[in-house]
Design a protein around this ligand. Structure first.
Ligand SMILES: Cc1cc2nc3c(=O)[nH]c(=O)nc-3n(C[C@H](O)[C@H](O)[C@H](O)COP(=O)(O)OP(=O)(O)OC[C@H]3O[C@@H](n4cnc5c(N)ncnc54)[C@H](O)[C@@H]3O)c2cc1C
Length: 291
């Protein structure tokens, strides 16, 4: 199948793009790398009269490190993120999640902002943004505002962005000290969306105690989920380290919105999710311990 007819717009700047979105209303949609939107249009899962292509807007792409914050433009391609030595050093979780996204052809076109705005609960970047408490900068004709990742993802394929707002930047706070980071997921084939997965970040105190921990779950609900109960348990567990299997079990306990589809039942996903948390926990703790 092919998309129904649409009018194509190629604004040269971000302000022009959001002015177009405001003018064209509900019939308009941002087009970034097109790796999610074009298949949806082609399958007629979505129909828009106007596509506003932001792919040629240079100001939307870039990686800037300043102090303990890294700002990545929403239009930065996933392959640029994957190849960035600054991001490998400053935001390892983002770098390590990137090769798990589709295939390199997809990452050559797909953007950070496209993945976050698309808000697929099985995608890697939303889980990473949530784990690292990233902040999203939205632009509209009314100005700019910052949204916390915890407030950004509102449900399946939906975000807190208004229809005339565009994601322009994502700010990642750097974790420093004795830290470890890991992403683990299970997909049926390399490049497929994950059946279930987890992103884990830990920081150890000088005595080896876990002083900070973030655990985000991939594909375990209608949006990415922070496993706050498991996080609190490992930080509070001052006397004895918590076993990896227990961290996994705690992370998926109480989830009541796990998807069930042809790729796996909710019960199966719960088991896989727990195992992925446990493996990511071991990887992150090993790295932090050796740091
Ligand atoms: C075969 C295949 C396998 C894939 N596997 C994975 C995978 O394993 N993991 C994964 O995470 N993704 C996967 N993807 C999706 C891929 O990562 C996409 O790149 C990503 O989801 C969307 O990025 P994009 O730049 O292509 O956005 P588009 O497809 O252009 O846009 C996606 C949505 O986001 C909106 N949007 C885009 N940019 C902005 C912005 N700056 N502001 C506001 N709204 C915006 C668009 O309007 C649209 O609704 C796969 C895609 C394919 C085709």
């Amino acid at each position: 199948m092919k998309p129904s007819a649409f009018e194509y717009h190629a604004p040269s700047g971000a302000d022009e793009a959001v002015a177009l979105l405001a003018e064209l209303g509900d019939g308009a949609k941002v087009l970034a790398g097109g790796q999610s939107l074009i298949p949806m249009l082609s399958l007629r899962l979505a129909v828009f009269d106007h596509l506003v292509d932001i792919g040629r807007i240079g100001e939307l792409a870039g990686i800037h490190v300043a102090g303990d914050v890294v700002t990545v433009g929403a239009g930065t391609t996933q392959s640029r993120i994957e190849a960035s030595p600054e991001l490998t050093a400053a935001v390892p979780l983002l770098s390590r999640a990137t090769p798990l996204i589709g295939h390199f052809q997809i990452r050559n076109r797909g953007t950070l902002g496209g993945s976050l705005a698309h808000a697929d609960p099985a995608a890697e970047y939303p889980a990473v943004a949530l784990a690292l408490a990233a902040e999203m900068e939205a632009l509209s004709p009314r100005g700019r505002r910052w949204l916390a990742a915890a407030d950004f993802f509102t449900g399946f394929w939906s975000t807190a962005l208004d229809p005339d707002e565009m994601l322009v930047n994502v700010r990642f706070p750097m974790w420093t000290g004795r830290c470890g980071f890991a992403v683990r997921e299970f997909a049926r084939r390399h490049g497929d969306f994950a059946v279930a997965g987890a992103a884990v970040a830990v920081r150890l105190a000088s005595d080896g105690r876990v002083e900070r921990c973030s655990i985000s779950l991939i594909g375990m609900g209608s949006a990415p989920i922070r496993a706050t109960g498991a996080e609190a348990a490992v930080v509070e567990g001052e006397t004895a380290p918590v076993a990896a299997g227990d961290v996994g079990a705690m992370a998926v306990a109480g989830l009541d919105d796990i998807p069930s589809d042809l790729h796996g039942s909710a019960q199966y996903r719960r088991q896989v999710g727990a195992a992925m948390v446990a493996r990511a926990w071991v990887d992150a703790m090993t790295e932090a311990t050796n740091a």
